[in-house]
Ligand binder design. Structure first.
Ligand code: PEP
Ligand code: MG
Length: 568
């Protein structure tokens, strides 16, 4: 649906939609931009140039400390990564040293010197292109923070407004993006930034509709006006008419609900399940209409402790979740420790590469009693429950591991056990793995990390950690085909399942269930209900044939007008 053609004569801005959703609200710009200190601003010959130069390193140090402190405070790992990366730029001596030289040699004022030094670094990054060019906003962010310190001003940041607003900016400095509050910011529109920029990553992580690379956005979308943002189509309508707002909001993100039965328009059934991490999120998932739980992460009862939880403690926790989903299916995953989820009592010696180390199911090698106790607890909680309990192990990489896990479950009377497909090796071996496992669930977060050899917690590698990477889709395709003929279901429970267009592709590849954060259920179900199975299969073929993640996403989106009409 293109509201701009038919419902308003007001200007429309077009960019790249990086997070779907519709938002309407008043426009605000970022506050207190740091303007360029006048060229040629110099210190007098009698001033203490060394002392002035020293102020630069002090200011950079203070900025670094602030960013590190903010990183320590946040609980979101993407946000933390971003703040840490920006802190690293503030700590990098290149910018500071060259600014200090300009003060002591050319007598530039510290703020002018920092401005010029940052411009040089940005030019070098832009010349490198691609990923480096997109990092220039990080450098400008650090520059502005240092100059704010030197000139005794507040750091540039988010506007203070009484009501939630549409945030418009040339680009969002990463440290500002990291502190965005999704309750205050209805949508984001930027002139610059690309689909792999920090702005795009954070908007997606926080579910804030966003349009990036929208040329002239700040010049056209002036503060005080209103805007209607379509984060799927990548359009922004300035001062929209009431009709335009009503028409677009009819299919909007905020109003959509899930009715608890997933499937395509022609009745092909796809179970839509929830990913949960504790009993409280189980209640949220049930309220969102989830058909069941596709991934119950059990780390919550092991984290932040010096010793493992007792059998009884575990039984109590699991029973709460099973009770919430009485009569429905709950797939509980055994402890996934190590790498991005370290546990003090599970650390056995230093590992150079923890993501490739003793993590997930592999911890059975060093602490077999933990798995035994956990399976016992699951079995006890399941006995008292009326839900359908399935158990799976994370990070399986061989057929033998799958077989051993299934046997361990059987010993505890847990007869519906399966595996997560998170490593390329498991994805390629499902024909044999499914001789043992009763089901498989593809963890696209880790599968992408291992297929692309790119640490999933590194914001700087976000464009590699993209489940649209055709290599990842080909592994999913291989995993599903390997399991064909066994009659044993293969689902997806990574973040990929939560993206409406990608969900269509996954169904086309043959997965039978999708498990996601409860917030995404309504959108994914609306997307599937808008297409038939043949269309899903066609989209899967297109995505598999693409040469890059960007092309896969683009070619599918261009062929899925059904989703654009739903603002998805
Ligand atoms: C995954 O890897 O996709 C997954 C669902 O597991 P986690 O994110 O907990 O590692
Ligand atoms: Mg995983």
């Amino acid at each position: 649906m293109n509201v701009t053609d038919t419902h308003s004569t007001e200007p429309t801005i077009t960019g790249i939609g990086v997070c779907p959703g519709i938002a309407y609200g008043r426009i605000f710009h970022l506050t207190q931009p740091i303007t360029e200190p006048a060229p040629g601003m110099r210190l007098g010959p009698r001033e203490d140039h060394r002392a002035q130069a020293k102020r630069i390193s002090e200011a950079a140090g203070a900025v670094r400390e602030e960013l590190e402190e903010a990183a320590r405070r946040t609980r979101n790992h993407q946000t933390r990564d971003l703040l840490e990366a920006t802190a690293l730029i503030a700590a990098d001596p290149t910018l500071v040293n060259s600014a200090q030289d300009a003060v002591t040699n050319d007598y530039l004022t510290p703020e002018r010197a920092v401005w010029e030094a940052a411009a040089t670094v940005c030019t070098q990054f832009k010349a490198l292109g691609g990923y480096f060019a997109e990092r220039t906003s990080d450098i400008s962010d650090v520059r502005d923070r240092i100059i704010a310190k030197l000139t005794d001003r507040l750091a540039p940041g988010l506007p203070i407004a009484e009501e939630p607003y549409i945030l418009v900016a040339p680009d969002l400095p990463p440290s500002v993006a990291a502190t965005l509050d999704e309750r205050l910011v209805l949508a984001i529109v930027t002139d610059g930034a690309g689909p792999t920029s920090h702005t795009a990553i954070i908007a997606n992580a926080k579910g804030i509709p966003a349009v990036v690379a929208a040329e002239n956005a700040t010049a056209t979308l002036t503060p005080g006006g209103t805007a209607l943002v379509n984060g799927a189509a990548g359009t922004v309508l300035l001062n929209p008419s009431r009709d335009a707002i009503a028409l677009l909001q009819r299919g909007a993100h905020t109003r959509r609900v899930f009715h608890g039965h997933g499937g395509t328009a022609d009745g092909h059934r796809v179970q839509l399940l929830a990913n949960i991490g504790d009993p409280a999120s189980a209640r949220e998932a049930a309220a969102a209409g989830a058909e069941g739980v596709g991934l119950f992460r059990t780390e919550f009862c092991f984290l932040d402790r010096k010793t493992p939880p007792s059998l009884d403690e575990q039984v109590d926790h699991y029973a709460l979740v099973f009770h919430t989903f009485s009569g429905r299916k709950v797939v509980i995953r055994t402890l996934d420790s190590g790498a991005d989820k370290p546990l003090p009592f599970m650390t056995f010696g230093h590992e150079e590469n923890p993501a490739l180390g003793v993590r997930g199911y592999r911890s059975v090698r060093t602490a077999p009693e933990l798995l035994e106790t956990q399976l016992q607890a699951i079995a006890l909680a399941a006995q008292a429950a009326t839900c359908d309990v399935w158990v799976m192990a994370p990070m399986i990489s061989t057929v033998d591991e799958a077989q051993a896990f299934v046997q361990a479950c059987e010993k505890h009377g847990l007869n519906h056990s399966g595996v997560m497909i998170e490593t390329p090796s498991a994805a390629l071996m499902t024909d044999h793995i499914m001789e043992h496992a009763h089901f498989a669930s593809i963890g696209t977060n880790d599968l992408t990390q291992y297929a692309m050899a790119a640490d999933r917690v590194l914001g700087s590698l976000a464009e590699l950690n993209d489940p649209w990477q055709p290599a990842v889709l080909r592994l999913i395709d291989a995993a599903v085909r390997g399991a064909q003929g066994t009659d044993r279901p293969v689902g997806v429970c990574g973040e990929a399942a939560a993206q409406p267009a990608l969900a269509v592709v996954l169904v086309g590849l043959g997965v039978s269930s999708l498990s996601m954060s409860p917030r995404s259920l309504a959108d994914v179900s609306a997307a599937l209900a808008a297409v038939d199975l043949a269309k899903c299969q066609e989209m899967a073929r297109l995505a598999l044939g693409a040469r890059s993640a960007g092309q896969a996403r683009q070619v599918v989106r261009d062929s899925l007008s059904e989703l654009t009409a739903l603002a998805l």
